[in-house]
Design a binder for this molecule. Structure first.
Ligand code: ADP
Ligand code: MG
Ligand code: ZN
Length: 666
């Protein structure tokens, strides 16, 4: 989502400024600062040493190869012999194919030019000098060595490779290896520094030293207030106490109350944990130090621990303040699991525990941590004096969602027809982050459509975008598929409408969405429900199976499109039997306990193997009865099924009102 409209986004921008020297701490009063790791290797020095080695090697190789780089001037063997005969040749080097010669230092170049006139290009002739190397193709000349010897030429035999083609030779033996070495070096250094840096601005090897390893963030003032956090009243109430500790420490000290050191914010992602932590700092007007647990996971051993130490050290100098450890489960996972031992994580965790024991509550530091997986945390973290308080940050309920929508909608221009309550009703289960995202999507949509205000239509569309993925206009379903999807969706809607306890239909669509659904039926309760009766549950199961029942009735077979419906219906039926005591076979016996509430909500079965089989049978009975009921309802209304499905095929979208009109038309 784009956070352009949130105050938080502005602060993030501040925080991302780096301390360009990467050097010594510049104090925390001047806004965001970053600190280099304590015990880590000194990357700048390493880089410099490598650079020097690299340069020296290159220069030496260039010097050594320089001689070879001068292309020798080709001449004929006879010309070569003539030069020898006349005593101009100083040195000669021979290999299997060629002979290379250098003339005596004071040879008359004009004479040489005259001699070579016919065989070499004028441009080359003009460039001849006393240092020029000449080369001739060797001939089968047994007298050669004698003649050279007689004329006092220094001669030697050389290996093929070193003379065969000076340029190619140079490239192969020096340039190529150097390039390879360089690439390898750059690759390795980049890999190493990427692990340490926050990822930005790695512009080649020369910026390596400037890499800004992300340490921890400091905000002198977060600017977030409790009023920016909508809903979450219980969480805010617990945190208000913390704000008071920070603001009026004397009040508590005089009574002798031990101040809490830390609290754990627990809740699903996107519910506003980070926002709440910032709001505590903002309300108390104290600095906000934060690190994120997951950043440590792939780090070098020792770095995480030193950062934790560093952060607490700084924080203690700037009390009162808030320290926030986001995603603490990444470092605070239980150490019991020997199979996934991670030294770095353990060191970081130990350091954190040591730091938390190392200061007094009255020092005015409050450590907040956030997690969505409290059950995996090491027990040591939850002991008194550490994160002994838990603040539950739940997904928002209906009034909460409306309030969150209002907070975010206040930042965009709303049209007169906007009804946030209706949006809140349609978004049961959405988190604060989802809702913020929806408002932003709606604003984007409004711009795209050329409106100057966000309209209800935009908001409704963005709900679908966020819930079901973006509309996929380019996906083409073949006509047969389209028809099946239409009947399937109308099946859901009809079954739902025909039952006394069914929920009213809000929208039916067969426009495919990116997240895999081919169409869907949206039912909207008139109000948020916390309780469901047995008959409502049954009605819902029946409606879920209505899609499949319609396929069965119309086409005589079923498709794979109902798999999600089946899963959901089965889960509901199973819940009725094992958790809600709604079966004859087990009565009010609890067979399953929800565990892992914040992870995946998968329940744990607590009964015997025999009851497990009996539960399966009971669940199956419920589902079979519901399917029968759905088929019966649809058979009684097969005219309406055809009529509405045809209309849906024409229009692709049907609103709840249109649906009711069509249903009552006959
Ligand atoms: P978490 O840390 O729980 O994953 P965040 O605090 O990062 O969630 O929330 C992400 C964004 O969602 C926030 O920046 C804010 O825009 C929005 N948001 C979440 N909860 C709320 C809320 N209760 N009120 C207003 N905005 C919220
Ligand atoms: Mg967060
Ligand atoms: Zn379905």
């Amino acid at each position: 989502m784009s956070q352009n409209t949130t105050p938080e986004a502005d602060m993030k921008n501040n925080v991302s400024q780096s301390n360009p020297g990467g050097g010594a701490p510049t104090g925390s009063s001047g806004g965001p600062t970053r600190y280099p790791p304590y015990g880590g290797p000194n990357w700048t020095r390493l880089r410099n040493i490598a650079l020097i080695i690299f340069t020296v090697t290159i220069v030496m190789n260039l010097l050594a190869a320089g001689r070879l780089a001068n292309a020798a001037v080709p001449i004929q063997y006879s010309q070569f012999m003539k030069l020898v005969e006349e005593g101009h040749v100083d040195r000669a080097e021979l290999n299997e194919e060629r002979i290379y010669l250098t003339l005596k230092p004071h040879t008359d170049i004009t004479m040489v030019r005259d001699l070579l006139d016919t065989t070499i290009p004028p441009a080359v002739a003009a460039a001849l000098s006393s240092g020029t190397v000449y080369t001739a193709v060797i001939m089968d000349d047994p007298q050669l060595t004698t003649r050279l010897y007689e004329k006092d030429v220094t001669f030697s035999k050389i290996y093929n490779e070193t003379r065969s083609s000076p340029i190619l030779n140079f490239v192969l033996s020096w340039v190529l290896p150097m390039l390879l070495m360089y690439s390898f070096y750059a690759f390795v250094i980049r890999r190493l520094t990427r692990k340490m840096s926050s990822g930005g601005g790695m512009g080649g090897m020369f910026s390596v030293g400037k890499s800004k390893a992300k340490e921890y963030n400091v905000q002198t003032s977060t600017g977030v207030k409790f009023s920016d956090v909508a809903g979450q009243d219980e969480a805010k109430e617990s945190l208000l106490e913390m704000v008071d500790f920070l603001k009026n420490p004397g009040k508590y000290q005089s009574i002798g109350a031990r101040q809490p050191k830390g609290a754990l914010l627990v809740g699903p992602p996107g519910t506003g944990k980070t926002l709440l932590a910032k709001a505590v700092a903002g309300e108390a007007g104290v600095p906000f130090y934060s690190i994120t647990g997951s950043e440590f996971v792939e780090m070098f051993v020792g770095v995480g621990a030193s950062r934790v130490r560093d952060m607490f050290e700084q924080a203690k100098k700037n009390t009162p303040c808030i320290i926030f450890i986001d995603e603490i489960d990444a470092i605070g996972k239980s150490r019991d699991n020997r199979f996934s031992a991670n030294d770095e994580r353990e060191q970081t965790l130990n350091q954190l525990l040591a730091e938390m024991d190392g200061f007094e509550g009255k020092q005015g530091i409050i450590v907040l941590a956030a997690t969505n997986r409290p059950e995996v945390l090491d027990k040591a973290l939850l002991r008194p004096g550490r994160f002994d308080r838990r603040i539950i940050v739940e997904k928002p309920d209906l009034p909460g969602r409306e309030a969150i929508l209002a907070v975010h909608a206040a930042r965009v221009k709303l049209g007169p027809d906007v009804d946030l309550r209706q949006i809140a009703l349609a978004t049961s289960g959405a988190t604060g982050a989802d809702l913020a995202n929806m408002v932003n999507e709606a604003a984007l949509l409004a711009v795209k459509e050329g409106h100057d205000q966000v309209q209800q239509k935009d908001l409704m569309e963005s709900v679908e975008v966020v819930i079901a993925g973006r509309e996929k206009k380019d996906r083409v379903m073949n006509p047969k598929e389209r028809e099946m999807v239409a009947y399937h969706e109308v099946g859901h809607a009809l079954v739902s409408a025909q039952q006394r306890d069914g929920q009213p239909v809000q929208k039916i669509t067969i426009v495919p969405r990116t997240m895999g659904s081919l169409g869907y039926t949206m039912n909207m309760p008139e109000e948020e429900r916390y309780l469901m009766t047995q008959s409502e549950l049954l009605a819902q199961i029946t409606s879920l199976l209505g899609g499949r029942a319609a396929e069965q009735i119309k086409f005589g077979e079923v498709t794979t499109g109902a798999s999600n419906d089946i899963q959901r219906a089965t889960a509901l039926a199973r819940g009725m039997v094992t958790q809600y005591g709604m079966s004859d076979a087990f009565g009010p016996m609890g067979l399953e306990t929800p565990e892992n509430q914040y992870l995946d909500g998968r329940p744990v079965f607590g009964g015997s193997d025999a009851s497990s089989a009996a539960v399966d049978k009971e669940v199956r009975d419920i589902l079979m009865r519901a399917e029968e009921e759905a088929i019966k309802l649809l058979k009684e209304n097969v005219d309406a099924l055809d009529r509405i499905a045809q209309h849906l095929l024409d229009k692709e979208n049907i609103t709840g009102e249109e649906f009711m009109e069509l249903l009552n038309a006959a």
